[in-house]
Design a protein around this ligand. Structure first.
Ligand SMILES: Nc1ncnc2c1ncn2[C@@H]1O[C@H](COP(=O)(O)OP(=O)(O)OP(=O)(O)O)[C@@H](O)[C@H]1O
Ligand SMILES: [Mg+2]
Length: 254
């Protein structure tokens, strides 16, 4: 089996004249945490959108788990074993925590995630119970997702992405808007999740978190890959220092 679970080659997407992602290539190894960092508008979410099948690339290739998945739909990618969370929350606020998880857990068994009567799938229900436990959401199971705290919603979103039993999890800014405590808990959770059965691809603004937990870091800037390597390697890269670390130390411009 190939050590790389994901290979991206010359990936590009244009929005009109804007090259949001421009010939980006990197590999993510099985069981590793691979992170993508870069300033606002660097193309990180667009890169995620291509890999996860939300948008089609205008050039290049995505190879996932030994298959060419370029241009596959999001549904096809979930079936292939790639699941994602969104930068902006993607939960059903008017459904309970348990129903949100059950929809995702039933996706694999019933095709398009139809809301079937409770107890329809024993296997899906067992998976939901395990996730409620693991993500400390058991006491909130019957609460509407819309009533959860921001931290709980982000946690539920990761749990929802995991309910489809992916081989790779894409997390787009999972700590956005979180308190320091919630951020630290999420960091520990991500670290714990990565392993033999699960590889993680993370987009995150919290550079310290990224440097702490990543095996490999890809730095993007204006749609292009500026550098990639271990956290130490990218931190030491003069180009990255100038374009990214230099930039974020300056006062924010309006
Ligand atoms: N659907 C779209 N249509 C047109 N332009 C888009 C679209 N999606 C993204 N863009 C533009 O592409 C560029 C890259 O955006 P993207 O959201 O991928 O960046 P990002 O690195 O995720 O930024 P952030 O850190 O703010 O989340 C930006 O200039 C953005 O305005
Ligand atoms: Mg983004």
């Amino acid at each position: 089996m190939d050590k790389a679970i994901l290979k991206v080659e010359g990936l590009s997407v244009r929005f009109g004249a804007l090259k949001a992602v421009n010939k980006v290539g990197f590999e993510a190894q099985r069981g590793h945490i691979t992170s993508v960092i870069g300033p606002n508008g660097a193309g990180k979410s667009s890169l995620f959108n291509i890999i996860s099948g939300a948008i089609r690339p205008t050039g290049g290739k995505v190879l996932f788990d030994g298959r060419d998945t370029t241009g596959c739909t999001a549904d096809q990618m979930v079936r292939a074993g790639l699941s994602r969370s969104f930068q902006i929350t993607n939960l059903f606020f008017e459904l309970s925590v348990r129903e949100n998880l059950r929809l995702a857990a039933q996706f694999l068994e019933h095709g398009r995630g139809l809301l079937l009567p409770t107890g329809h799938s024993r296997r899906a229900n067992d998976r939901v119970d395990a996730l409620l436990e693991r993500f400390a959401l058991h006491s909130r199971a019957d609460e509407l997702a819309g009533y959860l705290s921001h931290g709980e919603q982000r946690r539920l979103e990761i749990a929802t992405a995991l309910a489809c039993q992916p081989k790779m999890l894409l997390l787009d800014e999972p700590t956005q808007g979180m308190s320091l405590t919630d951020t630290q808990e999420t960091e520990a959770l991500i670290r714990e999740l990565a392993g033999d059965d699960l590889s993680i691809l993370l987009v995150e603004h919290d550079v310290e978190l990224v440097m702490n937990i990543s095996d490999h870091v890809v730095v993007m800037h204006q749609g292009e890959k500026l550098a990639d390597g271990t956290p130490l390697e990218v931190r030491a890269d003069p180009q990255v220092q100038a374009a990214y670390f230099g930039e974020i130390r300056e006062p924010a411009h309006a």
